[in-house]
Design a protein around this ligand. Structure first.
Ligand code: ZN
Length: 112
């Protein structure tokens, strides 16, 4: 199986897959923003919900406030992230109405 170079500092998964929407084995290219988050839900096939904490600057008080948000990302079968996994997601073309990101790596944890 040919593993594509996605142009990021992420190590490709050992497993292969036949997913067209996989950045390593399919045809989706990644570009744009990169986030880290925790998988909040992996109930849907090949899609995960990522929860992300970030700081938002509030000029009036010259401080940051904590914010939290969820976003959907495509979860290729060769990575197969499940609830609780820390993952890196990268922006790609819109894959569906609300999916504009794809999981490129599991962070920390055991090898994928
Ligand atoms: Zn794959």
């Amino acid at each position: 199986m040919v593993v594509r170079n996605i142009g990021l500092d992420a190590k490709p998964p050992k497993a292969g897959c036949n997913d067209v929407l996989c950045p390593y084995h399919g045809k989706v290219s990644v570009r744009g923003r990169i986030f880290e988050g925790v998988v909040a839900s992996s109930k849907t096939p090949r899609t995960v919900s990522i929860e992300r904490n970030y700081l938002h600057y509030y000029p009036k008080y010259i401080r940051y406030e904590r914010r939290r948000g969820k976003m959907l990302a495509h979860n290729p079968p060769c990575i197969a992230a499940v609830t609780g996994d820390k993952v890196t997601i990268a922006e790609c073309r819109p894959l569906s109405k609300e999916v504009n990101f794809v999981v490129v790596e599991k962070v920390g944890g055991s090898s994928a």
